[in-house]
Design a protein around this ligand. Sequence first.
Ligand code: B12
Length: 209
Amino acid sequence: MLDLKVLTQAVGDLEEEDVMDLLNGFVETKPSEAEAQVAVVACQDGMAIVGDLFEKGEYFVGDLIFAGELLTEAINVLKPVLGNQENVVAGTILLGTVHGDLHDIGKNIFKSMSEAAGFEVIDLGIDVAPETFIKKAQECNPKIVGMSGVLTLAIDSMKETVAAIKAAGIDAKIIIGGNPVTTEACQYVGADRFTTNAAEGVKICQEWV
Ligand code: B12
């Protein structure tokens, strides 16, 4: 059985070998999709430890970079057990990390889980300007637009992007995700829904289609 607290701490301590051993051992037990999602949340909690240590000055930017690589590697190990319904096309999600923000690990996790649930995801990448969201939305007519961001400034970028999308008359549901999003932020931004959990985000998108 996977000890989630040990996993969270190993991510927080940037103990790559321990994290990989724990996850490879976990995947060998053929866990359910729900169990795998819980492991993702444990890794995410580990990143919060990294963030706290960075704020305290105990970790530096190099540690953030390493943490980013570690989490990407960890999610790659979990991907095969995070679900797979590639033959079902549930709908299209246009996704991107908003302008000014270069963080993409959370976005990529949401992308993987959405694809596993049968969505087609058009990923615009990071630091995406409002005009880019609009141009692509006009081309591919998505049912859902997903915006990601973890910097505080991302909230204002999201607000700007939502306003531009609405002004362009694009008829899509909008979901925002990333560590700083809250009920208040969601109202401020003008999005339909928010989440800080990729699995919950997928459920919301499934409700919409
Ligand atoms: C790794 C990391 C980096 C890496 C990012 C690598 C990468 N490829 O993404 C690098 C080194 C590049 C980086 C750079 C910087 N970072 Co940084 N970083 C982090 C760290 C440690 C982890 C972020 C992360 O990946 N979390 C884990 C993921 C899985 O969580 P998540 O994003 O919330 O995603 C989950 C959900 O929210 C959801 N989700 C996410 N997006 C979406 C979208 C949709 C549509 C849905 C439905 C769901 C969803 O799904 C995910 C899984 O459940 C955080 C600390 C923290 N607590 O977050 C700091 C943090 C975000 N960084 C910070 C800072 C300050 C910086 C820098 C300014 C540092 C510097 N001096 O250069 C730069 C900024 C660069 C920029 N302009 O963006 C601060 C932000 C402070 C603030 N209030 O704005 C933090 C909070 C650290 C801290 N405590 O000080 N960083």
